[in-house]
Design a binder for this molecule. Sequence first.
Ligand SMILES: Nc1ncnc2c1ncn2[C@@H]1O[C@H](COP(=O)(O)OP(=O)(O)O)[C@@H](O)[C@H]1O
Ligand SMILES: [Mg+2]
Length: 251
Amino acid sequence: MLKVEDLSKSYRTGDHVYPVLKNLSFQVEKGEFVAVMGPSGSGKTTLLNCISCFIPHDSGKIFLNGKDLSGLDETGLAKVRNQNLGFVFQDFMLLDGLTVFENICLPQVIASRPVPQMEAKAARFCEAFGIEKIRDKYPAEISGGEKQRTAVARALMNSPYILLADEPTGNLDSRSCRAVIDAFLQAKEEMDATVFMVTHDSFAASFCDRVIVLRDGTIYTELTRNGTRREFMDELLEVLRELGGAGDDEE
Ligand SMILES: Nc1ncnc2c1ncn2[C@@H]1O[C@H](COP(=O)(O)OP(=O)(O)O)[C@@H](O)[C@H]1O
Ligand SMILES: [Mg+2]
């Protein structure tokens, strides 16, 4: 589904070049729920932004469903972003002037899809994610967890190949965090969605199938969940401890 090959990215400021991602290679399979963890500054957001095509990478390849994104022009990238990628952000990025239902419909409006199908699909998602009672409310009138579930529904509207999420639980209390993780799990189980999530929260990551741990722009280790969620969380905490208090100092 997603294949990253030898990906490198540096930032330049004046004469200085800061390598941030160094020859990263990994794969995410269809239907997998994968998290990326690592200390602040290890390159998580940069990695996600490269995969999202928000910033160009220096070298290496990013394949989405077999297609190399590196060669696309702006028009091609815009199409991939709208139709093949679904985004969930830490600060929700819902439009304040639109209702929950209208926000969910937005990607299909942008893609000029027929209205009846669009509304039927949005209504299905509202029901699936337990937000049908608030579908006519505005973002200012709903809780953080409801906002993020709205954002997950919106991200799924165009049936993307993969959902990309940067710290989706970062602004939520633990109950809302759980509701959002449940929405991802539900998307995975009922819609066979693939989810790639950056997080510093080992509780959120412990629900994933696999966790890629970054350190200084390289893959420090990869952990696959075999036992219970609790055991996986202990394993994650152990690795983060090895990395030196990593993970809880995120902005
Ligand atoms: N636009 C930018 N210009 C220069 N340096 C940047 C830029 N964005 C991020 N960095 C640097 O790249 C490194 C990795 O940042 P980031 O990907 O945001 O890490 P993380 O999300 O893991 O905290 C950090 O040292 C950060 O300061
Ligand atoms: Mg970050």
